[in-house]
Write a protein that binds this ligand. Structure first.
Ligand SMILES: NC(=O)c1ccc[n+]([C@@H]2O[C@H](COP(=O)([O-])OP(=O)(O)OC[C@H]3O[C@@H](n4cnc5c(N)ncnc54)[C@H](O)[C@@H]3O)[C@@H](O)[C@H]2O)c1
Length: 283
């Protein structure tokens, strides 16, 4: 798919003046190189990179955070090339001090944090028997603890402001079986539970918390996670597409089409004070 340029019609710059912090905005291009994929760059966009771009296209200032500064910088550069405003930050979101430092630097850059977007996620396959214990722990740390930590350090900022919105990226895997990936399914179930819990606790303080549960998307993260379970990349792509009723997966850039959902979740006037909801981007 082609990511539309800033010049193309859009539904307005309703996030003008807002500051969004996107954790997991990098999508390592290095992944693409490792897999020797010859694809147009837009097709290997991960969700985080596409999301950061969409926020910027709607006027938001974006802090692009990733474990790898080079990758975060690539996304921030892309935003700046389109005329947007962005800061790149390195952070290991499984470490409390690292997240705290990142939130402080982001705050110093813009003075407020209107939206916390938790995109970080990794997937490892294997059921309870096949999944090594350390792999289980790693997935829970990256997919669950990272959200706990980003919320821990961002919620006080939003509370002081009296407003804020948190968007957590969950997965259809929380509710539907596709392949044995016990750690991933458990982690996304936890994301949904944390979302509901935070939404209820902070509703009266003007802070909203919602989750998006995408279906199958062909992104670099998935290509790495699943490639060993198939005869090759083409086989993996075919098999994943075949498991979707419409016979095709989305791509990272598919999230561009969910701008409306992001607007609804991040625009103050759009939702009631307590309305945790889940959007199936593609199933
Ligand atoms: N791709 C799919 O089919 C699919 C389906 C459903 C849900 N999702 C979810 O969507 C989200 C994005 O997936 P994606 O495949 O587009 O990935 P992505 O390309 O957006 O990559 C996620 C980013 O998180 C970063 N990251 C990983 N660990 C980190 C850490 N400890 N600290 C900081 N950054 C870290 C990675 O470097 C990467 O840039 C994930 O939460 C994923 O679980 C993906």
């Amino acid at each position: 798919m082609v990511i539309p340029s800033l010049a193309e019609p859009r539904s307005g710059r309703r996030l003008e003046g807002r500051h969004v912090i996107v954790f997991g905005a990098g999508t390592a291009d290095a992944v693409e190189k490792r897999l020797s994929l010859c694809r147009e760059s837009d097709k290997v966009f991960g969700v985080g990179k596409a999301t950061a771009l969409v926020y910027a296209r709607h006027g938001a200032v974006v802090s692009c955070v990733d474990i790898n500064l080079e990758d975060a910088s690539r996304t921030a550069d892309l935003i700046r090339r389109e005329g947007g405003q962005a800061l790149a930050l390195a952070c290991d979101a499984t470490l409390s001090d690292s997240v705290m430092d990142c939130v402080e630097r982001s705050l110093a850059y813009n003075g407020r944090i209107d939206v916390l977007h938790n995109n970080i996620g990794i997937a490892r396959t294997g059921g309870p028997v096949e999944c090594p214990e350390d792999s289980f722990g790693q997935v829970i740390a990256v997919n669950v603890k990272s959200i706990f930590l980003t919320c821990k350090w961002t919620l006080p900022v939003m509370e002081r402001q009296g407003s804020g919105s948190i968007v957590n990226i969950s997965s259809f895997a929380a509710n539907r079986y596709t392949v044995p990936w016990i750690s991933y399914a458990a982690s996304k179930g936890a994301v949904n539970s944390m979302t509901m819990s935070i939404a209820a606790q902070y509703a009266a303080k003007g802070i909203r918390c919602n989750a998006i549960a995408p279906g199958l998307l062909s992104t670099p993260m998935v290509q790495v996670a699943h490639k060993d379970n198939h005869a090759g990349l083409a086989d993996m792509m075919r098999s994943r597409a075949d498991s979707v009723p419409m016979r095709w997966q989305g791509e990272g850039g598919t999230l561009v089409r969910t701008q409306h959902s992001l607007h609804r979740m991040t625009h103050d006037s759009s939702l009631g004070r307590y309305s945790p909801w889940t959007v199936a981007v593609r199933s």
